[in-house]
Design a protein around this ligand. Structure first.
Ligand SMILES: [Zn+2]
Length: 358
């Protein structure tokens, strides 16, 4: 039997043209909103009633980039540049992580996210079966992907790729549809071009989106130009990455031409202001991206590069830093920051049934 709830006299965040809140009624049948409006719906007899007076209802927050198990490394190696932090601190410790460590690290992050109002998160890591179990047990919605670093032998590369494909295939649609998967070469600076092309092929074969890190630091962009003669956007475009629905984490350092290319391919960007500030990576051109029509959502990145999973903090940072650096107090209005944390989050992970009250 369908379980029916009705909220009476609630205040709902709707972020529509011309108004940001609606006062009235919401009906939920099982896990779906079936009515939202100012007038009372017609039949309400068989529904459980919730008195919404003095309550504010908003969509669950969508955290579009992170590495949940890294809560175990929170505070380890603070105040370092990205490459030093990765190569000297994170990677050697992560190499010691067992599947069990990943389960408990991800569990700790999921508790923090639930307490902070996040209902959906993107996670890129190793031992992803463990993260999938945490999603299953917790009731969260997870967009999960086995992130692969290709700085290893060809044989090891192939093993990691087949792991990533098996995970994406086995878990897509699991936990009652709460788990979806993506395909993730970690970054252009950690995966050789021919290896990235294999991920593109896998994404086509499985009909899945691609998620990768890109242009997080100026050093990384300069290295890309030196190694391949192209900036990262042209490099990934050439490798066919943008022929798939794509979500890029960071995209801090972009030229006008690169923004045009991202807009043309409808590539989404996960803006991670807390992480970018902590690692001094720079400030992404978010107002320019939004103006060009690029979907920009928000992510905390891993707990070790933030150092928390508080999406309200990311919305606040997104709203404030772009005002500060542009000198324009209308750069990211509050409603736009809230959309980035909810509606645009859903859009950037290609889920069209979540992210807003409607
Ligand atoms: Zn990341």
């Amino acid at each position: 039997m369908t379980k029916k709830w009705i909220v009476k006299n609630g205040t709902f965040a709707v972020l529509e043209e011309g108004r940001s809140v609606l006062k009235g009624y919401m009906v939920v049948e099982d896990d779906r909103i079936t009515y939202l409006g100012e007038k009372a719906p017609e039949s309400m007899e068989d529904a459980d009633t919730i008195d919404g007076t003095h309550l504010f209802f908003m969509p669950g927050l969508v955290n579009t980039h992170g590495h949940a198990a890294m809560s175990l490394l929170r505070g380890y190696g603070d105040d370092l540049a990205l490459q030093v932090w990765l190569q000297e601190k994170m990677w050697p410790m992560e190499a010691k992580f067992t599947a069990d460590d990943v389960y408990w690290g991800a569990s700790l992050s999921v508790v923090e996210m639930i307490k902070g109002g996040t209902t959906t998160f993107v996670d890129m890591y190793d031992h992803m079966d463990q993260v999938a179990k945490v999603v299953q047990d917790s009731g969260m919605r997870g967009v999960l992907t086995r992130g692969v670093i290709g700085l290893c032998s060809a044989q090891e590369q192939m093993q990691k790729l087949s792991d990533a494909i098996a995970f994406a295939k086995d878990w897509h649609g699991q936990a009652g549809g709460r788990i979806t998967t993506m395909i993730s070469p970690h970054a252009p600076y950690t995966c050789p071009p021919d290896f990235i092309e294999k991920f593109v092929q896998a994404a086509h074969d499985l009909d899945l989106p691609i998620h990768t890190h890109m242009s997080e630091t100026t050093t990384e962009v300069a290295q890309n130009v030196e190694d391949y003669g192209l900036r990262p956007v042209a490099h990934l475009e050439k490798l066919g990455v943008f022929s798939r629905p794509t979500l890029l984490a960071h995209a801090v350092h972009l030229t006008d031409e690169e923004i045009e290319v991202l807009a043309r391919h409808q590539v989404a960007v996960s803006h991670n202001p807390g992480s970018n500030l902590k690692l001094a990576s720079g400030i992404a051109r978010v107002p320019d991206l939004l103006k060009a029509g690029v979907t920009v959502s928000l992510g905390t990145d891993g707990p070790a590069s933030n150092n928390n999973l508080d999406m309200f903090e990311e919305m606040r940072l997104a709203a404030l830093i772009h005002k500060g650096v542009s000198g324009d107090p209308t750069a990211i209005p509050a409603s736009e920051a809230l959309r980035m944390g909810t509606e645009y989050g859903a859009k950037s992970i290609f889920l069209d049934q979540i992210g807003k009250l409607a």
